[in-house]
Design a protein around this ligand. Structure first.
Ligand code: A1D88
Length: 262
């Protein structure tokens, strides 16, 4: 299957899904979200693939949701916004619940939805220049669909800080709070992710899948509650079309500070 916003490469047992919207730092739009969900299904069905890697073409891993798409959301109905948010939630779940281990190869920016993308992967490896942030509240948005995954990765205490402050998280801090597992020099990134992928591919496919399933079950005594994940899409659906998002997104594109109503 060919994709317009992704490129898939396979080397041995490792398939790399390249986010391929480099001019926009691989921002997530409707097409990319649909294609990523489809690609995860395709790679999970492909018995020659044992490990999946997510990576970004160009300067960044992923700049989060496409803000032009978010800006257009103001004109969508609540139902349309809900459907869109559910598709994003489904994409995140398709990665989190992948039966095969997924590694995030992170360079450049991994903002908001990009931070979420790092958090849904089993293993995240970043360069020392990578940067993260949950910028949503500065745009009149909320880290909703990515919320459970990021909070689970960094812990609730850290989540309360970073969800609200939107402050920049350096690679070193991302390592310290558990958002990424390893930080390496830029020129070591490919070698290191290849090494980790090779180690993962030594695991028995059935056992790897069972281990992932077991971890999900152990987390709260049952697999992660689908109702909770669904609820996150409902939370963001109306926010996306609200006044604050309208102002936050206008300010982003006009390259100015947003003016919030009291
Ligand atoms: C549930 C999920 C919600 C979300 O994810 S909300 C999205 C939150 N995302 C962000 O807050 C990231 C916004 N972008 C940035 O902060 C910066 O950009 C970067 C750090 C990623 C890169 O900075 P630099 O290297 O200085 O490049 P540049 O000139 O800012 O960007 C190049 C072009 O890319 C566009 N762009 C960047 N991010 C997005 C995006 N997320 N959606 C749509 N467009 C984006 C810009 O506007 C610009 O375009 P032009 O060259 O026409 O001015």
């Amino acid at each position: 299957m060919s994709y317009t916003t992704l490129q898939i490469e396979q080397q041995g047992k490792v398939a790399t899904v390249w986010l391929n919207r480099p001019d926009l730092h691989n921002a997530l739009n409707e097409t990319l979200i649909a294609e990523m969900t489809e690609a995860m299904g395709q790679l999970n069905r492909d018995e020659t693939v044992r490990v999946i890697m997510l990576a970004g073409r160009g300067k960044s891993f992923c700049a989060g949701a496409d803000l032009d798409w978010m800006r257009r959301a103001a004109g969508y109905s609540e139902q349309e916004n809900l459907a869109d948010a559910q598709k994003l939630a489904a994409m995140l779940k398709s990665i989190y619940r992948s039966a095969k281990p997924v590694i995030a190869r992170i360079h450049g920016a991994a903002m908001a939805g990009g931070t979420g993308l790092a958090a849904v992967c089993d293993i995240a490896i970043a360069t020392d220049a990578a940067k993260f942030a949950l910028t949503e509240v500065r745009l009149g948005l909320v880290p909703a669909t990515i919320g459970p995954y990021v909070a689970d990765a960094i812990g609730w205490r850290q989540a309360r800080r970073y969800f609200l402050s939107a402050e920049r998280i350096s690679a070193a801090m991302a390592r310290e709070i558990g958002l990424v597992h390893e930080v390496v020099a830029e020129d070591m990134l490919d070698a290191r992710v290849a090494e980790v992928a090779e180690e993962l591919a030594k695991g028995a496919p059935g056992a790897l899948s069972d281990a992932k399933q077991l971890l999900a079950e152990l987390r709260e005594g049952s697999p992660w509650d689908d109702a909770l994940l669904e609820h996150t899409a409902g939370r963001i659906a109306s926010i996306r079309a609200g006044d604050e998002a309208r102002e936050g997104l206008a300010a982003f594109f006009e390259k100015r500070a947003p003016k919030w109503q009291a």
